[in-house]
Design a protein around this ligand. Sequence first.
Ligand code: THU
Length: 130
Amino acid sequence: MSLLQAATDVRENAYAPYSRFKVGAALRTAGGAVHVGCNVENVAYPEGTCAEAGAIAAMCAAGERQIAEIWVIADSPEPVPPCGGCRQKIAEFAAQDVVVTLCTTDGKRRSLTVADLLPGVFTQSHMDRA
Ligand code: THU
């Protein structure tokens, strides 16, 4: 199954009663496994957990750490870019040249790299003098 289809399918399981904005994410790891996530909101923190964060959590829970490719889909006029927190989370587990593909349910697509998404990313090396 393609990552687009996996992200499309898991989006149906999103729990988004507050925003009514369902998001699905699917990633492939360096080892070839596919992990998916959807956004899950709650009344105290209505922004909840993003789809990308869910897919990353599933990847980590499976003992994997390296994203090779990630797709995100939502029903929006233009492909929705990941929030700031998700950009940092993706950058934690993906090389700078990994491609992130943002999609709409009506077929628009935008691909960019992790470096494009989060220029000047904070990394471990910035703490080298600590
Ligand atoms: N959301 C995601 O899951 N991923 C994104 O890239 C953008 C936003 C979710 C969080 C929240 O449940 C809803 O969309 C509105 O912010």
